[in-house]
Design a protein around this ligand. Sequence first.
Ligand SMILES: *Cc1c(COP(=O)(O)O)cnc(C)c1O
Length: 346
Amino acid sequence: MTHFPLRLRIDGQALVSNWRWLAGRSGPAACGAAVKANGYGTGAGEVVTLLRAAGCRDFFVATWNEAEAVLPLIGDASLSVLHGVQEEDMSGALASAARPVLNTPLQVRRWREAAGGRACDVMLDTGMNRLGLTEADVATGLLDGLAIDTLMSHLACADEDSAMNERQRGRFAALAGSIPARRRSLANSAGICLGADYGFDLTRPGIALYGGIPRPEAQGIIRQVVRLEAQIIQRRRADAGESVGYNATFTAERPVELAVLNIGYADGYLRGFSGRGRALAEGAVLPVIGRVSMDLTTIGVDAAPHLREGDWVALDYDLAAAAAQSGLSQYELLTILGRRHQRLWT
Ligand SMILES: *Cc1c(COP(=O)(O)O)cnc(C)c1O
């Protein structure tokens, strides 16, 4: 087999430990797991397998082809498809063990007419104005007689101390209280951190499972799951006065030892790390020097003199720090990785 030149090292124990903490914080509510976007880039199949073994029984994907990929691993757990059902999804959805999360009056009618009383989930909009039925939709009797497993809503500002959180919680409790359903679910990762009041019957964490820090409450507890490793293609030295990389954004003030890594923005190591990112090797912190290119990144290795061509280094990818460094969100940083990487679960 061809050698994979880049690696994502994924810590399964950290993933399970993060889920257990989120389950504890969910109070009496069951704790599920969002595994959409291929488990936020880590590999949805492995995530489902590990979390099922840990006791997780509820999984969430965005689309029916994401559902198809994980269903063989779901066993007796439940799987919900957050985007609901378009006309083109119906034959697949009816043949699938997953449940749609119905978001619009048309989706509700479509399911009611075709699914013969089969259970579904329903999303309510409580102020985010993203997906979900409005209070007015519900008041028309649209949901009467529907077999609803889980009634959901989604928080817009849970990662902030916003008055909107309590407002959405109150609206959800009031609206959901008038609709028969087996379970109610509101909180994502950040919502779980807001407190057990937000748990209802089922929580839906995503980012924190994978090492993202959604709120300060999770700081120091949520463990890093994904590490990014690249290989040195060339070692070189730039003399004082010489520049490094595209647009010569870095000029050496004194001679510097350099290593050129086989990773760049086409691998998800974005240009925002130019001159700011860091690699870690031999116990040293090694700065990214100059611009990140499409497939290559140069680091300064004065502090790690033994590194050679062919050696592997870890890029510093602590999500919270990398987000602060790059100006991107922890979500973007995770989901952008992985097309050219081998995923090594440990
Ligand atoms: C993605 C998603 C989640 C998970 O959110 P995180 O912020 O990653 O914890 C939960 N619920 C819905 C509806 C989502 O789309």
